[in-house]
Design a protein around this ligand. Structure first.
Ligand code: AMP
Ligand code: ZN
Length: 114
């Protein structure tokens, strides 16, 4: 999509610090990290959020999770652990409307849930 900043990152029109890339998926550092390791994983094909993706192109889900598995193994993150988060809509604070997963790691993260 022409006005989407993450599509522009895919096309190389705006800079990013890539930490992963294959034919379908890229991972890059978040501009405003919320943890020692804070990366975003996106599919190269635009969808606007996780429900749009699940309804229209669900195979992207497996491709993104496989990318995050490979990255987490390369960086040996499984032992100490990591968190994957996605936001949809205003109550969750979604600000970029190209589906993305936040992958947070590198330190103990605030406990989520009871
Ligand atoms: P969300 O609030 O879930 O929509 O997440 C959007 C994330 O994208 C935020 O954590 C931003 O810091 C991050 N972000 C926005 N623009 C860029 C960019 N050009 N490069 C890297 N991260 C970005
Ligand atoms: Zn996009």
């Amino acid at each position: 999509m022409s006005d989407c900043i993450f599509c522009k990152i895919v096309e190389g029109k705006i800079p990013s610090t890539k930490i992963f890339e294959n034919e379908k998926v890229i991972g890059f550092k978040d501009l405003r990290p919320q943890a020692v390791i804070h990366n975003l994983f996106i599919h190269k094909k635009h969808t606007k959020n996780i429900n749009d993706l699940s309804q229209n192109d669900p195979s992207q889900l497996a491709e993104m999770f496989e990318a995050m598995r490979l990255y987490s193994e390369q960086e040996n993150l499984s032992k100490d652990g990591f968190r994957i988060v996605t936001n949809l809509g205003p109550n969750a604070g979604q600000t970029v409307f190209h589906t993305h997963f936040h992958l947070l790691a590198g330190e103990p993260l605030g406990h989520f849930g009871s």
